[in-house]
Structures are given as C-alpha cells and as structure tokens.
Write a protein that binds this ligand. Structure first.
Ligand code: ATP
Length: 305
C-alpha cells in the first residue's frame, strides 16, 4: 500500500531538550498507525510537525505526496486534526460548534451526519460544557471529521476516559478505517496500541526504538511467557533468575514477574524454592508477553514511570 505520510530524519529541539531526535517512519494509506510512548517522549511534537502546526529543525515530512513546508494549506484541507477537549467552546451547543467548524471549509459533511457518526443524537442541544468526558472526546473527533479528511490525526484520543467511553472511541476510529481513512494517533495506553493499531512505533526520549505490528513486536522480542506472583517477603532476584527456564526477572513492590521459556519447569522450580524458604506465593498467574513487556525490555522501565 502507498504511504500517505512519510517522515525522514526529523529533528526538533527546545534548548537542550531533543524533543524529536532523528526519527523516520511512514504511514500507509488506510491503516491505523499509533505512536506509543510515555509522557514527554515526543509524540505531540512529532504529530504537530506532521500536521504543519510546528516547524521542524531539520528533516522532511511529506503528507499525501506533498511537502509540508511547500504545501501546508493544501495539506491542512485534506487532514482532520482533533483538538484537545479543553479547547472546545464550553458555552456553545453541540450543533452550534459543529456548524461553526463546518463553516471553516468550502465543503463540509452535514451536521446530521457528524452527529450520527459520533453518536450524539440526544445531546445536539446540550452545551459542550455539560457533556461527559467521553462525549466531549467523541465531539472533538467529530469536529476533526467535518471536512471529510483523508487522514485523521488523534493526539491521545482516549486519555482519562473510563473503559466504556474508551471502547466507544475505538469503535468510532475503526469505523473511520472502514470508510477508507488513514488514522495516525498517539497514545500511552498499551492496550489501545495493542487492540486498535495495525502498526505501532514505540517512541522514547524523542527516538523511535521499534516499529511493527503489535503482535510482531511481541513475538520479535519475546518467545517467553510471564509468570507473575506476589511474595510475602523480599527475596533476592538472583535466586529467581537461576530458576530453570527463567530468562529474566522484574520485581516491583513485592510483585514479581519471571519470564520463562518453559513455564511448567520454572513453576515447579519456583515451588521448590518457596517450600525450602517457607515462603508464601499468592496471586500467581501465567500470561503471554505484551507490548508492556516489550517496552520494559527495550527501555528498562514501564511506560507509566
Ligand atoms: P505528553 O504525552 O506528555 O504530551 P509527548 O510524548 O507528547 O508527551 P511532547 O509534548 O512532544 O511529548 O514533548 C517532548 C519534549 O519536548 C518534552 O520534554 C517537552 O517538555 C518538550 N517540549 C515540547 N514542547 C515544548 C515547547 N513548546 N517548549 C519547550 N519544550 C517543549
């Protein structure tokens, strides 16, 4: 599939801070592409450079085959950018805001269509300030769609939402893909990246450290499974590292994760150690490795640290 976004060797610094440090990636037509990273990783800076809202220090960005520096207006007419919900007009009604945004473009999707798309039929007459967090997010996605864009940019679209509201936004995003649109989003939610994005770029300290399909990222970095449990007292991780089949150990606040290539062998060795040391293991379960584990392996910390 052809690329609709191509970024080459992009850099942007703020004083000493290298917010974006030589990153390159491309987004294919019709895919949901996610940039996953912790706070301050450089996601928003990257996204806003690609949208033409911030200048880069160096590197190149092409959107829909056009250079962002040469054709910024043309590009802006073909993309949809989600605003932070805090910048919605609190004292306007939902239908008024949608009409207002529609008036910015020569050709806009009808009010009724946008309202239906984002499921706000019952709230059209409400003031924006009286919408729930999830409804506000849906409205801000709707506003990004008024010009029927080819590419939709969403910066942390489900931040702060409860699981139900988050799922509603995911459905809305998937619907856009079905309609043939390309979606470029940022997130710091592993689950969002894993369940929604077809490809993910993991970004940390302004650098992309891996890009691929979520399942491929996991299988590329892990052929182990994770055994998690709680210990009733501290235990040196050396003992755990030496368990048969174990490849790595992570300890956090009494919670232990042992990565193992052979779960039954590791668990039986673990039980033996616990028995000899008269220790109690609780809340033990085995799970497949996830993007969270990949992030931990690549950066040495959790995304939420
Ligand atoms: P968050 O999820 O917190 O928004 P992010 O991954 O989007 O994080 P950015 O907002 O792109 O990260 O910020 C990357 C780095 O650049 C941070 O260290 C931030 O403090 C810095 N930064 C971003 N914008 C500016 C600015 N306008 N002036 C100075 N520093 C900035």
């Amino acid at each position: 599939m052809s690329a609709v976004i191509e970024v080459e060797k992009l850099r942007k610094s703020y004083g000493e801070i290298k917010a974006v440090n030589n990153i390159s990636f491309s987004v294919a037509q019709g895919e949901i592409f996610g940039m996953l990273g912790p706070n301050g990783a450089g996601k928003t800076t990257t996204m806003e450079i690609v949208e033409g809202l911030r200048p880069a220090d160096s590197g190149s960005v092409s959107v829909l085959g056009m250079d962002i520096k040469q054709r910024p207006r043309r590009i802006k007419g073909s993309i949809g950018v989600q605003l932070q919900t805090t910048s919605l007009y609190p004292r306007l009604k939902v239908h008024e805001v949608i009409d207002l945004f529609g008036s910015f473009f020569p050709k806009a999707v009808s009010l009724e269509e946008i309202i239906k798309l984002v499921g706000l039929e019952d709230s059209s007459n409400k003031l924006c300030i009286n919408l729930s967090g999830g409804q506000q997010q849906r409205l801000s996605v709707g506003l990004a769609l008024v010009n029927d864009p080819q590419i939709l940019f969403l910066d942390e679209p489900t931040s702060g939402l409860d699981p139900q509201a988050r799922h509603n936004i995911w459905d809305l995003i998937k619907l856009q893909k079905e309609k043939g649109k390309t979606v470029f989003l940022t997130t710091h939610y592993m689950e969002e990246a894993e369940r929604l994005c077809e490809r993910v770029a993991i970004i940390d300290h302004g650098e992309i450290i891996a890009t691929d399909r979520p399942d491929r990222l996991v299988s590329q970095y892990f052929n182990e499974e994770a055994i998690e449990f709680q210990l009733d007292r501290p235990l040196g991780d050396e003992v755990l590292r030496q368990l048969a089949g174990a490849t790595n150990v992570v300890m956090e606040n009494g919670r232990v994760t042992v990565y193992s290539k052979s779960v039954p062998v590791t668990i039986s060795a673990l039980m033996e150690v616990a028995k000899q040391g008269d220790m109690k293991l609780t809340d033990l379960y085995v799970r497949k490795a996830t993007l969270e584990d990949v992030f931990l392996k690549l950066t040495g910390r959790r995304i939420r640290d």
